[in-house]
Design a protein around this ligand. Structure first.
Ligand code: ADP
Ligand code: MG
Ligand code: ZN
Length: 477
């Protein structure tokens, strides 16, 4: 029998606020263990949470950018469970009245072609938990509460995703939107974007959903892809051998490429949700929402269309550049400095992509002055450095954020602007290569190329081939 994959994603994203959701501790990643923690986020009795307004703004922004309805009157609820990374023994979240509902993101339909909408069931605000650190050396488990109370949005899709490719594309598009809106840096390897992947299968053409399993906290695109594929296969094999799928939470082991059962699926009742009595309900005004709507940035799809139209960039280049806000920022700044969107795109698609690939660096981890690429291109176009040098300088910028101007000086890469000095150098080449000169005058064209090669070498590539050719011709008469 043929089967269809059905997949729904719950994506958690850490918000790029300076402080935590209910206290003023920093949200910064890293830091000494338990140094970003206070009595509120550590859940001490008698403390009271106060909502960080920035979280609200980011949630509304994200909802509007994903076509959601905003719940003008929304509330926080307690999700109760005990686990050592959660010192309060409850997580403040939103169950009954989440801040956003009924949105969608458009992706390519991998089954029928064309576009399709993946509906968003809801987006809610909640706090993150701490982190358990399993210490192999002393055979014990430690806990770091720095992450407790870091604000999260949970973005819950409907089960509208039909393949591993679609799951990846949905998360890619969602990530781009979150980054464009500036609500999250979405660094997957730091856990600031992670997905719970729900998968079920059903006979092709059926409309009755099968029993699903959920794989928690997957934090790379590759892992999302293989989790959907492998879980589909595992479920089909079970059904084909006459067994039933059990609804359960499974752990995806990316190193092994398989999932294994963690626990049977819990549902809302198990958490004994109730409205949080410490936080007042949130009532938004029309003006608050429309102000955020009016300030939304240009979103990926709109930007893509504009780039293709305005700058005549190819669809492929445009998609690549628009896929990450970090490329977009570099592209726009470089185009601004050089006045040439085309050059900007070419350098990003060529040299930059090459360095990113070779060093396995993600765009969000690029770490150089955003003006440097534009400045290098301008120096190249102004004849100050050769194309080879420009590439070398950019590599140094990419690797260690050097100042291009200083690097060029220190490495003596400036092109010679003094024509008489170039002339001197070529005259010595002529003097030292009388044989070739005679051959050239006797009609041997190759000898001219030889003399150019010698001259370029003498000038150590610091004069343009065009100029050298011109001067050599003049000197040879
Ligand atoms: P819970 O809150 O218990 O996790 P939800 O109904 O909210 O359950 O669903 C959670 C996620 O599971 C959603 O992203 C949803 O799209 C997805 N989902 C629900 N049913 C299925 C199914 N049969 N197959 C695949 N995914 C599903
Ligand atoms: Mg769930
Ligand atoms: Zn705190």
């Amino acid at each position: 029998m043929e089967y269809s994959t059905v997949c729904g994603l719950e994506v958690h994203t850490e918000l790029a606020t300076k402080t935590k959701i209910f206290c003023s501790c920093t949200t910064e990643f890293g830091g000494g263990s338990n140094t970003h923690v206070c009595e509120i986020c550590a859940g001490m009795p008698g403390t009271l949470p106060v909502l960080n307004e920035k979280v609200l703004e980011f949630a509304v922004k994200t909802g509007l950018a994903t076509n959601c309805e905003i719940t003008m009157y929304n509330k926080f609820d307690r999700k109760n469970y005990f686990y050592p990374d959660l010192p309060k023994a409850y997580q403040i979240s939103q169950l009954y009245l989440p801040i956003c509902r009924n949105g969608y993101i458009e992706i390519n339909d991998s089954i029928n072609g064309g576009k399709k909408k993946v509906r968003i069931h809801e987006i809610h605000m909640e706090e993150d938990a701490g982190k358990l650190v399993h210490d192999e050396w002393s055979d014990c488990t430690l806990v770091n509460y720095n992450r407790c109370g870091v604000p999260l949005l949970e973005i819950v899709s409907e089960p509208d995703i039909s393949s591993a490719d679609e799951a990846v594309e949905y998360v890619e598009r969602l990530r781009a939107i979150l980054q464009y809106c500036g609500v999250s840096d979405c660094k997957m390897q730091e856990g600031s974007l992670r997905a719970d992947v729900n998968v079920s299968v059903m006979p092709k053409g059926s409309s009755k959903l099968g029993t699903r399993t959920e794989m928690k906290n997957i934090n790379s695109f590759k892992a999302i892809h293989s989790a959907v594929e492998n879980e589909t296969r595992r479920q089909i094999d079970l059904i084909e051998s006459g067994e039933k799928i059990v609804q359960q939470t499974r752990r995806w082991d990316d190193a092994r490429g398989t999932s294994y059962a963690m626990r049977s699926k819990e549902d809302a009742q198990d958490y004994k949700y109730f409205p949080d009595p410490d936080l007042p309900p949130v009532q938004l005004s029309e003006k608050y929402v429309s102000d955020i709507k009016n300030a939304l940035p240009e979103l990926p799809e709109v930007k893509k269309a504009r780039y293709m139209n305005e700058f005549s960039l190819s669809e492929y280049d445009t998609s690549m550049i628009c896929s990450s806000v970090y490329f977009v920022r570099l592209f726009e700044r470089t185009a601004e400095i050089t006045g040439s969107p085309k050059d900007s795109a070419n350098w990003i698609m060529g040299e930059l992509m090459m360095h990113l690939n070779e060093s396995s660096t993600l765009p969000e981890n690029m770490n150089f002055n955003i003006d440097s690429l534009g400045n290098i291109i301008n120096m190249l176009k102004g004849g100050k450095i050769s194309r080879d040098s420009a590439k070398k300088v950019f590599k140094a910028v990419f690797d260690s954020n050097v100042s291009p101007e200083q690097y060029i000086k220190e490495n003596n890469m400036e092109m010679m602007s003094d024509t008489s000095a170039i002339k001197d150098a070529i005259e010595s080449v002529i003097a030292e290569n009388q044989k070739a000169v005679a051959e050239y005058k006797g009609g041997k064209a190759q000898s001219f190329n030889f003399l150019i090669g010698q001259s370029m070498r003498a000038l150590r590539g610091k004069a343009s081939a065009g100029e050298v050719t011109k001067i050599l011709k003049e000197l040879l008469g």
